[in-house]
Design a protein around this ligand. Structure first.
Ligand code: FUL
Length: 496
């Protein structure tokens, strides 16, 4: 902050204060101390919980419930609870082990879909597993068993609780929100006190059973659920839990087909976000790993490895997270064919993105910010495997060049960039080149809009998310930042 001394003197005089000489005024420099010479943030910036959420990257989604037994996608809330009859007690540990083998870091389980049937013995409604049609159904408690298994396996977890409830007679009144919905969320915290995400879907098709009264109940979701209140309650108990969708802390990417925009801001709406929006809300892509609906139906085919790979590159590789749905069957288990495909996918991920060649490169930059007391900004920070150190140029160094070089030629397919988003998402335009001799460079993937980076961007050097190809032999990779909101900050460059 600059203090204008003549103006200060005039205003003191106007207040009747005796005029002081500048030498007598103890001026306080109110600029925050910046001993590390860190760059100023570019707003919006993510909260700590949004940072942690982004790091989850790739996680599973499990639609299981009454619909698994009726074949419906949207149950009306009128199916008798006795229809819920899993042939054995559902086994969330098996679900989570299968997705862990696929390289996923966590999962979200549906505990109540729009039909209102609760997969735990809740005190808020008798439309729940305690009235199931068999013993395995009565013994079902998805939030308890899913939360426990995730903790045992060291995975992140969370629950999908549908705000829309087609069974409840009070849906549409304020009592539904305070006495049913909020209490159900609180019951979830008892089973899962360290959830990373709660999933609040915005669907409301209007009609339902509503305790037998039927009819249509439309609400204004932006007011009705009183989300600011729920956010406050949840965060006071679970500070690291991101409230997705209606919760307002992470956004729907705008399609269910497994792709985000090549330009993708972590604020605004839809596939691309909006460069000028002011609230941080990273994108999450919800997509199905199977060919049918969200719920299991006769072992619908699992998508091919190529299709899953494409989804991964077009979501995780485009500054979105990917939540991939794999539906448990009527035994409360994932079918063997799904488990096998998930394992194959994990192997593919490992094979294609498991070895980071950047770690053995030399990294240099055209501009490096002056080091502070406890921080350096050297290009070597890009390849030290530490997400908390970063490369930064001087404030004016928007157009900067980073070069990675190896002594021997490397065969490469992908270059991944990660911005240091704690200080905001900044990069707007970049290019990637490779060189076989370290002198002459050729632009790669010129058909792809290389605009935003964000949390993570993976560029296929052949420009394709379909074809893996033979890769490119090269001795150097050059990344040129052409435009950014302010000096660009990257914490990691990876090469595969
Ligand atoms: C949608 C819901 O209406 C679907 O049934 C499903 O749960 C999907 C993930 O979100 O909006």
């Amino acid at each position: 902050m600059t203090i204008n001394i003549p103006r200060l003197l005039i205003s003191l005089a106007a207040l009747g204060a005796p005029a002081l000489l500048p030498a007598q005024i103890a001026l306080v420099d109110e600029r925050p101390a910046n001993p590390d010479n860190e760059p100023a943030p570019v707003f919006p910036v993510p909260t700590e919980r949004q940072m942690l959420w982004n790091e989850t990257e790739f996680y599973g989604f499990f639609h299981f419930g009454m619909n698994t037994f009726t074949g419906l996608e949207w149950g009306g809330g009128d199916t008798d609870p006795s229809v819920f009859t899993p042939s054995s007690v559902p086994d969330p540990r098996q679900w989570l082990e299968a997705i862990k083998a696929a390289g996923m870091k966590g999962g979200i389980a549906v505990v109540k879909h729009h039909d209102g049937f609760c997969l735990w013995p809740t005190a808020t409604t008798d439309y729940n597993v305690s009235r199931a049609g068999n013993d395995a159904g009565k013994a079902t408690n998805i939030p308890r068993d899913f939360g426990q298994a995730a903790r045992d396996l060291g995975m992140k977890y969370g629950f999908y609780i549908s705000p829309w409830d087609r069974n409840n007679i009070h849906y549409g009144d304020s009592s539904y929100v305070s006495e049913v919905f909020v209490k159900q969320c609180e019951e979830m915290i008892e089973y899962g006190p360290d959830q990373f995400e709660m999933w609040f879907d915005g669907a409301n098709g209007g009609d339902g059973y509503y305790g037998g009264t039927g009819g249509v109940r439309q609400i204004d979701a932006s007011i009705y659920y009183n989300m600011p209140n729920l956010r406050h309650r949840i965060h006071s108990m679970m500070p690291d839990c991101v409230m997705w969708g209606l919760g307002g802390e992470a956004r729907w990417i705008g399609n269910e087909a497994g792709w985000a925009g090549e330009t993708c801001w972590s604020y605004g709406n839809g596939t691309q976000g909006n460069e000028n929006a002011w609230l941080w809300r990273g994108g999450e892509s919800d997509a199905k790993a199977t060919a049918g609906g969200w719920f299991w139906k006769n072992d619908d085919d699992m998508r091919s490895l190529d299709r899953l790979w494409k989804m991964y590159l077009e979501t995780v590789g485009r500054n979105s997270t990917l939540i991939l749905n794999i539906p448990p069957n009527q035994n409360g288990k994932l079918p063997d064919t799904y488990v096998a495909r998930l394992k194959e996918f994990g192997n593919l991920l490992q094979q294609r993105l498991g070895t980071d060649l950047a770690l053995s490169a030399r990294a240099t930059a055209s501009d490096t910010r002056t080091a502070g007391a406890a921080r350096t900004y050297d290009a070597s920070n890009l390849i030290d495997g530490d997400k908390d150190t970063y490369w930064a140029p001087s404030d004016s160094g928007i157009q900067s060049v980073i070069t990675l070089e190896w002594d021997k030629s490397q065969n490469i397919h992908y270059v991944a960039l990660q911005e240091y988003i704690r200080k905001g998402q900044r990069i707007k335009d970049f290019t990637i080149e490779t060189s076989t001799d370290g002198v002459n460079f050729t632009r790669m993937a010129s058909e792809i809009p290389t605009t935003t980076v964000g949390y993570k961007r993976i560029i296929p050097l052949n420009g394709s998310t379909d074809e893996y190809g033979d890769g490119f032999d090269c001795r150097a990779v050059r990344i040129t930042i052409n435009d950014a909101k302010a000096c660009p900050l990257l914490h990691t460059v990876s090469v595969f």
